[in-house]
Design a protein around this ligand. Structure first.
Ligand code: CA
Length: 228
């Protein structure tokens, strides 16, 4: 299916910027400035990705994410102010796929779009069990991780964490999401223990854990596995 983007943004400058960026890459798009119109378009047009501003004049963007998730799992990229970490986390936990912080560059926009398009394709084409990224190789079927050809030992939990990040590479995952997927909901919001696990994993795979190559920290939000 050909990608069709829906831009929902009431700031016309940002809307035009996104539109021209998409069009310059031959992506088709529709646009609107209100939540109600967005939901209308979604019920009639074959939209494949939504780029959504959270602060709309008639509706809270968060409400739109929740409504869309009742009938569709199409990718939603949220556009948010840079200092609104709580807002980003809420949007991601409500079902958004990723976010862009204002102001953002064409490069950032296209990087986020590449990731959602790739994950949309990957769903139809899974079964991939060996991932390679730079010096790192992870074999999911054999539970084996090698760095520069040398095998690295992971505890079962560490392996679960890295597998989750890897399966979503390029995409931001919130602390809550990782905790829920790896430990189930019982651990609650124990972000501190997650940090400890991440530090251990980084010590094993990162040449310089202070400037991670593979596991990127999204401050106040979560983690992202590098995609290139
Ligand atoms: Ca706005």
């Amino acid at each position: 299916m050909e990608p069709l983007f829906l831009i929902v943004e009431d700031d016309s400058k940002i809307r035009n910027f996104i539109k021209f960026s998409l069009k310059s890459h031959q992506y088709k798009c529709l646009e609107t400035s209100t939540g109600k119109a967005a939901l209308n378009i979604l019920s009639t047009e074959p939209v494949t990705t939504i780029i959504l501003d959270l602060g709309l004049p008639d509706m809270d963007g968060l409400e739109i994410i929740k409504q869309v998730r009742t009938f569709s799992d199409i990718p939603i990229i949220v556009v948010s102010a840079r200092d609104q970490d709580t807002e980003k986390v809420e949007a991601l936990d409500a079902g958004a796929d990723d976010y862009l912080s204002k102001p953002f560059s064409i490069k950032e926009l296209l990087a986020r779009i590449r990731v959602v398009l790739r994950h949309t394709c990957a769903l139809k084409n899974d079964g991939l069990s060996v991932y390679n990224l730079a010096d790192l190789e992870i074999d999911l079927a054999r539970h084996k991780v090698t760095l520069k050809g040398k095998e690295i030992h992971f505890t079962p939990i560490e392996f679960k964490v890295i597998t989750l990040l890897l399966k979503n590479y390029g995409k931001v995952l919130t602390h809550n999401f990782i905790l829920k997927e790896v430990w189930g909901s019982s651990i609650g919001n124990d972000v501190q223990s997650l940090r400890v696990f991440m530090a251990n994993i980084r010590r094993k795979i990162e040449e310089n854990p202070a400037e991670p190559r593979y596991i990127i920290t999204e401050v106040g939000v979560g983690y992202r596995f590098a995609d290139e």
